[in-house]
Design a protein around this ligand. Structure first.
Ligand SMILES: Cc1cc2nc3c(=O)[nH]c(=O)nc-3n(C[C@H](O)[C@H](O)[C@H](O)COP(=O)(O)OP(=O)(O)OC[C@H]3O[C@@H](n4cnc5c(N)ncnc54)[C@H](O)[C@@H]3O)c2cc1C
Ligand code: SF4
Length: 475
């Protein structure tokens, strides 16, 4: 008899939109075991090639069936430093699940039949946290012997992962973070209803226990330069700067009041606790008709956060996502789209904004847009949205959030001319070692190759850490 995938429990939509608490509850032991037992334990497990860091998925799932949760934790940790985080945010339907033999072939993302690898990973990651399982240093603290000290710039998943890998090798690591809190997008971008902050704090505390030092409010490129870091005695530097500069539509009226970039909107909310204003210092404007432009995870997060703010402020629930292609082409995780829809978010597909109109006070009032149809694939491989002439229409909008992508922040690269960048401003690296055009300066994450995923950022950070270890500890 064909076994049905085990559904994950979640808070129902009506209840969850009242607050920023976590939506997905995770598997119980019984559910995890049942789901693990669906795995065919394939001779050639195709799922592993779908994981950007190559977790031995088959093995950890088998260990779950044997109730060897501790073993499963260490199997995952061999490749992935943050299973509880990735189990919550990885777009598994485009990665491991899509490669699972049980998925139906030819789909743009995994079918429901694929093993819920990400939920199993989360179950094990959370088991590790609950039971305080920690991965010890590999070879004791060799810093006292080697004197090797590495600076990590940025504390997003790339920076944290690189720091952890190096610290476990006994290398002294100092992480320099420009903001006043650690975690990068995991802290200021992804809302707590998807990634509770105690999970992130656990991982950061663990790094502190390994001896990693954190320096906050320190922007490399402004507070100090790369050159100064080397003068301070660092042997190597890892750049995990992320992609923190928002893209805009470049259409008339975009400078009207109450049009936010998703980055600003989410940072006000997640980093500055704007939902607690006036108890918190930072305000956020909430409207009766909130529009979010874009189709990625950032758009889903911004829309779901906006809807919660409407509810908290006693406003009618009216938040709409506007996307110029259809749902199939949306790059957001399928689960987030489903959650957004369950929560009452509306979708306007095949719509391209052309202008914003404001009132006499300079506040946005309406968005003007054109309907589109899909054409031939463009450079991204997705069908190009083609505007339909004469289809223009207007939508009410008193708050607009633009979530159409992020690019490299150039603070450091602008003052470091020897650091080679490409036409997008991304740092260029050797793909094997992640080393940049400056010797002993490595880079990974979104600053290399643009907006990616948490696990991809970690994959690059691991490669860089390995190259640093090879260069300095294995000579
Ligand atoms: C809203 C949102 C939702 C997302 N959802 C998902 C998801 O569900 N799943 C997924 O896999 N991916 C998701 N992503 C993408 C993912 O978060 C990124 O790919 C990942 O965070 C990149 O990691 P990073 O370490 O390279 O950069 P970041 O996380 O951006 O961290 C970079 C850090 O470097 C700091 N910094 C930058 N310049 C300097 C400097 N000069 N000096 C000191 N510090 C500096 C920044 O302040 C920041 O803390 C999402 C992204 C966003 C914005
Ligand atoms: S491909 Fe799917 S069924 Fe096969 S081992 Fe991997 S998770 Fe299990």
């Amino acid at each position: 008899m064909k076994k049905i995938p085990v559904e994950i429990s979640q808070i129902n939509a009506k209840e969850r939109i009242n607050n920023f608490g976590e939506v997905v509850l995770g598997y119980t032991e019984k559910e995890a075991e049942e789901e693990a037992l669906r795995c065919l334990q394939c001779k050639n497990p195709s799922c592993i090639s779908g994981c950007p860091v190559g977790i031995d998925i088959k093995k950890f799932i088998f260990q779950i069936t044997q109730k060897d949760y501790r073993g499963a934790y260490f199997t995952i940790r061999q490749k992935n430093n943050f299973p509880s985080i990735c189990g919550r945010v990885c777009p598994a339907e485009y990665q491991c699940r899509k490669s699972c033999i049980l998925t139906k072939k030819g789909l743009p993302f995994a079918s429901d039949e694929a093993i819920n690898i990400h939920f199993l990973e989360r179950f094990i990651g959370d088991y590790g946290i609950k039971n305080n399982l920690e991965v010890s240093q590999n070879k004791g603290n060799r810093f006292s012997v080697s004197g090797i000290k590495v600076a990590v710039v940025g504390s997003g998943p790339a920076g944290l992962c690189c720091a952890g890998e190096l610290a476990r090798e006994g290398i002294k690591v100092v992480v320099f973070e420009g903001l006043h809190k650690l975690g990068g997008v995991l802290r200021y971008g992804i809302p707590a209803f998807r990634l509770p902050r105690d999970i992130l704090d656990f991982e950061i505390n663990y790094l502190e226990k390994l001896g990693v030092e954190f320096v906050l409010n320190c922007i490399i490129g402004k507070t100090k330069t790369l050159e100064e870091l080397f003068k301070e005695g660092f042997s190597a530097v890892f750049l995990g700067l992320g992609a923190g500069t928002p893209s805009f539509l470049g259409i008339p009226g975009e400078n009207l009041c109450n049009i936010y970039s998703a980055n600003e909107f989410l940072t006000r909310l997640n980093l500055m606790s704007a939902y607690e204003f006036p108890q918190a210092h930072t305000p956020i404007n909430v409207g009766r008709h909130m529009l979010v432009i874009g189709g990625g995870n950032t758009a889903m997060d911004a829309a779901r956060a906006a809807l919660r703010l409407q509810r908290i402020n006693g406003l009618p629930l009216d938040t709409t996502i506007v996307y110029r292609r259809t749902e199939v082409e949306m790059p957001a995780r399928r689960l987030e789209i489903e959650h957004a829809r369950q929560e009452g978010i509306k979708f306007e597909f095949l719509v391209k904004p052309t202008a914003f109109l404001g009132d006499e006070a300079g506040k946005v009032k309406k968005m003007v847009a054109l309907r589109c149809k899909l054409g031939e694939p463009d450079a991204s491989g997705r069908p190009r949205p083609i505007e339909i002439e004469g289809s223009d229409f207007q939508i009410d909008a008193d708050v607009v959030i633009v979530a159409i992508g992020l690019k490299a922040n150039r603070i450091l690269t602008d003052v470091t001319p020897d650091l080679k960048i490409d036409k997008y401003g991304d740092v260029m690296v050797d793909k094997q070692t992640q080393e940049t055009s400056i010797k002993n300066v490595f880079a990974g994450g979104d600053i290399v190759g643009g907006e990616g995923t948490v696990i991809e950022a970690m994959g690059m950070a691991k490669r860089a850490a390995q190259a640093i270890v090879e260069r300095f500890l294995k000579q």
